[in-house]
Design a protein around this ligand. Sequence first.
Ligand code: SF4
Length: 288
Amino acid sequence: MTTTRLRLPKWLKRPLPQAGMQYTSDVIADLKLETVCESAKCPNRTECWSAKTATFMVLGNVCTRPCGFCSVPRGKTEVVQLDEPGRVAEAAARLGLKYVVITSVTRDDLPDGGANHFYECILAVRERTGAQVEVLTPDFKGNRAAISRVIEARPDVFNHNTETVPRLYHRVRRNAEYQRTLNLLAQIKEEAPDMLTKTGLMLGLGETRDELLEVLADLRAVNCDMLTLGQYLQPTPDMLPVERYVPPEEFDELGELARGLGFSMVASGPFVRSSYHAGEMAHVAGQA
Ligand code: SF4
């Protein structure tokens, strides 16, 4: 493992906050919601929140998994708040969102992993706002009934991140299994062939190009529609170090390559995250 921190390259600079940022911040605070934008220290927060968009993180701010890349706190989980779906819907309405992205911490302590809560959130948002909904879920430990429950709510996009190549799972994504992720994506297409599926990987964690290409082929083999590729950034000093800053041109080239493999929508760039410009991405994928 690398111990010295790599110097940040010049292409990793971010814009200054705009007027909408405070409004977004106030809505989220007022409704006592969590966002992955804050919890995961996303580098796009200024841009997204200035544009009055955010990714809601439900089921608390404490995770049951010790992933090496993620700064969301882990430990004793919080009680599921039954009014949370309504508050997410209210926030979506106040922000005027036409496309809502909902994610969660991993809740291995709940019998259904929080699947029914996702279900309730999707229905609440749709009923209150008519917006399209994308969910970015954990793997529910491969619980097929739990995954079916989320599918039943008919999200417009069902996203589950692959995060990295299988060789690095034990370090990056401990307690997850690569095959389980592929199975989840496959199950969605089996049960709802028209539902758009999406996944994402972080680059710069030590993966090789060949390993990455194998993963992309595996994802296409389960008919995954949409792909995000972004640069891993170390959120706090105790998280895994960056092994490499992938230059923008290489992201472009990998994006082209992925499109050639048949993904209907690919976003590839240093700042791409699962939920970055998610609405635009779904719009393009839906037309493909
Ligand atoms: S990219 Fe996603 S997680 Fe990051 S700030 Fe934007 S909406 Fe939030």
